[in-house]
Design a protein around this ligand. Structure first.
Ligand code: COA
Length: 383
């Protein structure tokens, strides 16, 4: 396997982008990434997208995007892994470059969620139709069960869940591409509208439009471009049962544990070697569980860590979701995994402005699909 780098990035603002279509936003992000990296060709492109057919009635997204980006006849492929579609698209680009099959690949992600589809129904298509959705479950409902179980098993409190939202909204204020750039207080989170007990409106990631793209290249190409780049030192993916009832425990995401074990092994690193993490906080409880499953906190202590400020940019032991996370930055599902890579790139090349974490060398991105049935993890290193 060859060494692989990220050499350029581009993304739209996340939010309600009613004036632009799915192809407009993808092409905007892709063109930015190409210009930022300074490459004059790409060998192929991947586009991560969860459900463009159900959201905007457009399938065959690889071909659509290659056409509108003006890069025919290169190979163009859509990748789907529910909310992990972007992270898995990045992994495909990484593998293609690492294998030597290509030198320069564009990995992007996109979702257009606010154009009128029944969003809760479309998202639920990523859960188990026969054993979960048929009986009325939704994603807020699934994560609410996980939250209740975690509270029962470990004493996680309502206030600890809220602390995650408060921190991520605080970080989002500093991110010009974030959907929500307003702070919220613990009291506001805990009194916001109930969605699925114990999860309230401000515990949930929002419904968003957005696109993100990065250029992945061999280390040789990266060096010749003569600009900032970061090295990809691990790429790992794992799967778990699609439905919650099939799991030994619902307070641990086994796919996260397995993918992170593989990633640490590939990079020969331990959790203590990672300086910041972007995790998949689709709901506040997800950030707490994942922060434990990645090995940053003892099992059951993730809520307490969030409440104590151990995951904050200022004074945190391991800053989590400096971008604002899915909670505040927004969650256009297919674009999320790529946006996580962009945050790490900006942090590791000291371009994160007011969000900058001091002295960062390595960052991790953890992206998952559904209620944790798929998980993809990358570790990036500053050069
Ligand atoms: N966080 C903060 N504010 C939010 C929000 C969120 N998640 N979702 C909506 N809002 C705000 C809106 O901006 C709006 O504010 P305004 O009145 O000042 O304009 C207000 O709350 C009402 O918005 P609306 O769009 O009517 O909310 P909704 O009730 O239709 O949707 C949720 C709220 C939580 C149900 C929806 O955001 C949701 O389903 N989130 C989860 C998405 C999901 O499951 N993703 C996949 C994860 S696996």
């Amino acid at each position: 396997m060859r060494d692989v780098a990220v050499v350029g990035t581009g993304m739209t603002k996340f939010g309600e982008l009613w004036g632009q279509s799915i192809r407009d936003i993808f092409v905007e992000a892709a063109q930015q990434a190409i210009a930022d990296s300074g490459v004059d060709y790409i060998d192929s492109l991947y586009v991560g997208s969860m459900s463009p057919g159900l959201f905007v009635n457009q399938e065959h997204l690889g071909a659509v995007m290659a056409d509108y980006l003006g890069v025919n006849p290169i190979p163009a492929t859509r990748v789907e892994s529910a909310c992990a579609s972007g992270g898995v698209a990045f992994r495909q680009a990484f593998l293609e470059v690492a294998s030597g099959a290509s030198d320069i690949v564009l990995a992007g992600g996109v979702e257009k969620m606010t154009d009128g589809a029944d969003v809760t129904d479309v998202l639920a298509a990523a859960a188990d139709q026969e054993y979960e959705v048929y009986h009325g479950i939704t994603f807020p409902g699934l994560y609410a069960m996980i939250a209740k179980a975690h509270m029962h098993q470990y004493g996680t409190t309502r206030e600890q869940l809220a602390a995650v939202a408060v921190k991520n909204h605080r970080n989002g204020v500093k991110n010009p591409n974030a959907q929500f750039r307003s702070e919220v207080s613990l009291a506001q989170v805990m009194s916001s509208t109930m969605v699925a007990d114990p999860l309230r409106l401000l515990d949930c990631s929002p419904v968003s439009d957005g696109a993100a793209a990065v250029i992945v290249a061999s280390l040789d190409v990266a060096r010749k471009l003569n600009k900032n780049f970061v090295k990809v030192v691990a790429s790992a993916q794992a799967s778990d049962t699609i439905a919650l009832h099939g799991r030994e425990s619902i307070t641990t995401f086994k796919a996260v544990v397995e993918a992170s074990k593989k990633a640490y092994k590939i990079a020969n690193l331990r959790p203590a070697d990672i300086n910041l993490v972007e995790v998949h906080d689709c709901f506040t409880i997800a950030e707490i569980v994942v922060s434990e499953d990645l090995g940053f906190f003892e099992k059951g202590k993730g809520g307490e860590a969030a409440k104590q400020g151990l995951t904050a940019i200022e004074g945190g032991r391991i800053p989590i979701n400096t971008s604002g996370g899915l909670k505040a930055k927004g969650h256009p599902v297919g674009a999320t995994g790529i946006a996580q890579i962009i945050e790490l790139y900006e942090q590791l090349t000291s371009q994160a402005g007011p969000r900058q974490v001091k002295n960062v060398r390595r960052g991790m991105a953890q992206n998952m699909g559904g209620s944790g049935a798929s998980c993809v993890i990358h570790i990036l290193e500053a050069q």
